[in-house]
Design a protein around this ligand. Sequence first.
Ligand code: NAD
Length: 482
Amino acid sequence: MTDNDKTTSAAVKSQSIITTVEQLQKQFSRLHALSRSNPINDWAIRERLLDDLEMLLSDNRENLAHAISADFGHRSESETQFAELFPSFTGISHAKKYGKSWMKTRRASISAMYRPAHNEIQPQPLGVVGIMVPWNYPLYLAVGPMIDALTAGNRVMIKMSEAAPKFAETFAKVVDHYFSSDMVCVVLGEVDIAEAFSKLPFDHLLYTGSTEVGRIVMAAAAKNLTPVTLELGGKSPVIVTKDVNLESVVNRVMMGKTLNAGQTCIAPDYVLIQREHHQHFISLAIEWLQKHYPNIENNEDYSYIINAAQFNRVQGYLDELPADSVHNLTGVDANPEIRLMPPVIVSEPALSSQLMQNEIFAPILPLIHYDNLDDAIQFVNERPRPLALYVFGNDDNEIYQVRTQTVSGGVCVNEVILHVAQHDLPFGGVGDSGIGAYHGKAGFERLSHMKPVFVQAKLNGMNLLLPPYGDLFRKAMALFLK
Ligand code: NAD
């Protein structure tokens, strides 16, 4: 926290954790006014805010991880370190390393007829950025957007998910401690508060969550002409080409499907595979689970399903399938009492089943057969644009064909999920899986106004182009319109 911010925050400390619609509107008006009267144009202030965020995470990593685990019933602490804290810390380091250069005004090219004037692009803070957080990675999906918003010099309001209330409360308390409410505040509460939040006239609203709620949020933002970044979900396919090392495919796909018990927006949703690989895939998955999650009903590395509603939703998907198509890979049954759901593979589910009509968001992996690569590509292209697509194979031509003939938010080749951790790459969806991308420089630019500035030279030829249009004008036009 900056000294300046500490001074201003003392009188209004109570406003940094928001729980009512009235407080919400009051705090928004205050931040909005501050963003107009006192924009954060100074890198030193932005850098200190990033330092404060880093310190908040370092000092509280354990209680934050415990709060997440309490919301899930059990969330592996190693997963919280790997999938939430690690990308948060590396995101902060990346922003601290490059932020100063991103915010510099830069020259842009100019066409000959306007010289000796020159063009510049001047990044500016937008003002107040709203961030809406889902429950599945509640830490990284609050901190990631915060990094980009603060690096771009914005003030931030964060609506936490009501489905992860213990983490939300813990996070609100630590933010209150490390940040001035002039800069960052956290909003707690149920859907009514979320609705009111989405109706505030933010300078930008970054929402992460389901596609269904994304539509509601975008409609609310449209009333204020608030630009949105929508980080949504969907069914991210895996295409296993013919020439592969199946063991390494299973290794990576099962990693992606078991991480956070499949409750990952970019988890592999289903696998398109050739019939000849099907049985082998299942036996390799069984071996993989024995090795990596032995004794899964009592394994601290394996996370539970967030709540009964989610558990019942996916159990319902399984219950409607023919029993012989569902392969129990661990010998352990799902336990609704504690919301433990061991991974299963489903062979060739009907495409009309709920499992294939909805994002799964659980450790259930459908295997779908295809005959040739064109069919697999067509299968993907007939469905909504996915958030991620994973292609495995040894043949570069086939990989290239999949990359160029499908459109998805992002792609990993011979890997899953890791594209989200690349701060040098934009992250986001396309079509039904989202609008706009963030992370690193892309996030900085998304949450800045990249203002175009035309700078005229003292001596310039513009007066030659004024009426009454004479010979000189006609000659100039003949030259320009040639
Ligand atoms: P969620 O239920 O926690 O909701 C997300 C946010 O929307 C919360 O802040 C909540 O308060 C708010 N909200 C809920 N109802 C609302 C309403 N009617 N109006 C306004 N706001 C409302 O999370 P979820 O939607 O269940 O999250 C899971 C989904 O998020 C999955 O589809 C997943 O794929 C997606 N997701 C996407 C990404 C990504 O980066 N693209 C990351 C994580 C999760």
